[in-house]
Ligand binder design. Structure first.
Ligand SMILES: Cc1ncc(C[n+]2csc(CCOP(=O)(O)OP(=O)(O)O)c2C)c(N)n1
Ligand SMILES: [Mg+2]
Length: 348
C-alpha cells in the first residue's frame, strides 16, 4: 500500500546533493512530502497510543502484561509503507504498533487492552493476543519465537495457493536464539517460501543485553547456514526501513524464497510495565532519544525542507492525540464480557 507519489512535491527534491544514507551507511528511500508526512503521522499515532496505554496501565485499567513499542516505531511503519494488501503480519507480544500500522483501529486495540467486549478478541485476549483477519494480522504471541514458525506456515499457505502475498514475521534478538526459528529457516529455504524474517534487534531480551546472550550478534547472518540472505538495516530511520522492505518484498514476490532483515532499533521503556530497566544507564537511553529518535528525524527533515511548519506538525499531533483520547474513552465506556462468555471462543 505504498502511498501515491506527489509529482508536484517530488519535483522539489534537491537532486544536486549526494544521495542520503542511513546512519549505518545503508540506502534510504527518497521520500516525497506526502510520504514523510504519512510516516510522521503513523509513527506519532503509535507513540501517543503507547503513552496512553502506559497511563491506563498505571491507573489499573489494563491488567496482565503490557509491552510498549516506544522507540521502535520506524520499523513497522517503514515496512507497512512498502507492503501491499494481502501481505500478512505476525509478531510477538510487543504488538500494539504492528496492529495500528496494519490499520486496525485504536478503539479496537484499546478496548482489547482494557478487557472490553469491543476489543479485537472480545476482551479475552488482552495485549498479547489480538488478531484481525481483515487486516491480515495474525497476532500477538506470548510464547517467544512461536510466531516465527506460524509465520512460516502462512508463507507456505501463500506458496501452496499460488498467490503473491508475502508473510512478514517479526521477532526479537532474544527470540532469534530459539530453536524453532532455525527449523523454520530450514523449511523456508528448502521450499523457497515467501517470507521476510524481521529481527527487531532492540539490544535487550528482557534484562539481558545481546552482548551477554549471543555468540553471533550480527543477526543478519543468522540464515547464512541455510542460504538465506540477510541485511542489517538502520531501524531508527523509516526511510532505510522502507528501502530494505521494497527490496525484500521484491525478493520474495519474484520467487527467491526467504530473506532476513535485521532492524537495528531500541526500546525506550522497560521490557514490560513492571521493569524498572536497571540493567542499562539512563545516559544510554537518553543518547538514543536525542540522537536517533525516529519521529524527530522525520520532523527535522520536514521542517528543514520547508515541507511543514512547527504549527502544521503540532496540528498532526493534536489530531493523533484526539484519536488516542477517543480510543481511551471508548474503551472505558465499553462493557466487560459477560460471565456467560467465560468458556466461549477458547480451547478446552
Ligand atoms: C518460550 C518462552 N521463553 C521465555 C519467555 C519469557 N520471555 C518473555 S519476553 C522474553 C525476552 C524476549 O526478548 P526479545 O526476543 O529480544 O524481544 P523484545 O522483548 O526485546 O521485543 C522472554 C525470555 C517466553 N515468554 N516464552
Ligand atoms: Mg529484544
Amino acid at each position: 500500500m505504498a502511498p501515491r507519489k506527489n509529482a508536484t512535491v517530488s519535483s522539489r527534491k534537491t537532486s544536486a546533493k549526494p544521495a542520503a544514507k542511513a546512519s549505518n551507511g545503508g540506502p534510504v528511500a527518497d521520500f516525497d512530502r506526502d510520504e514523510e508526512l504519512k510516516a510522521y503521522r503513523e509513527m506519532l499515532l503509535i507513540r501517543r497510543f503507547e503513552e496512553k496505554a502506559g497511563q491506563l496501565y498505571g491507573m489499573g485499567f489494563i491488567g496482565g502484561f503490557c509491552h510498549l513499542y516506544i522507540g521502535q516505531e520506524a520499523v513497522v511503519v517503514g515496512m507497512q509503507m512498502a507492503q501491499k494488501d494481502g501481505d500478512q503480519v505476525i509478531t510477538a507480544y510487543r504488538d500494539h504498533g504492528h496492529m495500528l500500522a496494519t490499520g486496525m483501529t485504536a478503539r479496537g486495540v484499546m478496548a482489547e487492552l482494557t478487557g472490553r467486549v469491543d476489543g479485537y478478541s472480545r476482551g479475552k485476549g488482552g495485549s498479547m493476543h489480538m488478531f484481525s483477519k481483515e487486516k491480515h494480522f495474525y497476532g500477538g504471541h506470548g510464547i517467544v519465537g512461536a510466531q516465527v514458525s506460524l509465520g512460516t506456515g502462512l508463507a507456505f499457505a501463500n506458496k501452496y495457493r499460488g498467490n503473491d502475498s508475502v508473510s512478514i514475521a517479526y521477532f526479537g534478538d532474544g527470540a532469534a536464539n530459539q530453536g524453532q526459528v532455525y527449523e523454520s529457516f530450514n523449511m523456508a529455504a528448502l521450499w523457497k517460501l515467501p517470507i521476510i524474517y524481521i529481527i527487531e534487534n532492540n539490544r535487550y531480551a528482557m534484562g539481558t543485553s545481546t552482548a551477554r546472550a549471543t555468540a553471533q550478534s550480527n543477526y543478519s547472518l543468522r540464515g547464512s547456514g541455510f542460504g538465506i540472505p540477510g541485511v542489517q538495516v538502520d531501524g531508527m530511520d523509516v526511510r532505510a526501513v522502507k528501502a530494505a522492505a521494497d527490496e525484500a518484498l521484491e525478493h520474495c514476490r519474484s520467487g527467491k524464497g526467504p530473506i532476513i532483515l535485521e532492524m537495528l532499533t531500541y526500546r525506550y521503556r522497560g521490557h514490560s510495565m513492571s521493569d524498572p530497566a536497571k540493567y542499562r544507564s539512563k545516559e544510554e537511553v537518553q543518547k538514543m532519544r536525542s540522537e536517533q529518535d525516529p519521529i524527530e528525524q522525520v520532523k527535522a527533515r520536514l521542517i528543514e525542507r520547508g515541507w511543514a511548519s512547527e504549527d502544521d506538525l503540532k496540528a498532526v499531533d493534536k489530531d493523533v492525540r484526539d484519536i488516542v483520547a477517543d480510543s481511551a474513552d471508548f474503551a472505558q465506556a465499553a462493557p466487560e464480557p459477560d460471565v456467560s462468555e467465560l468458556y466461549t471462543d477458547i480451547l478446552l
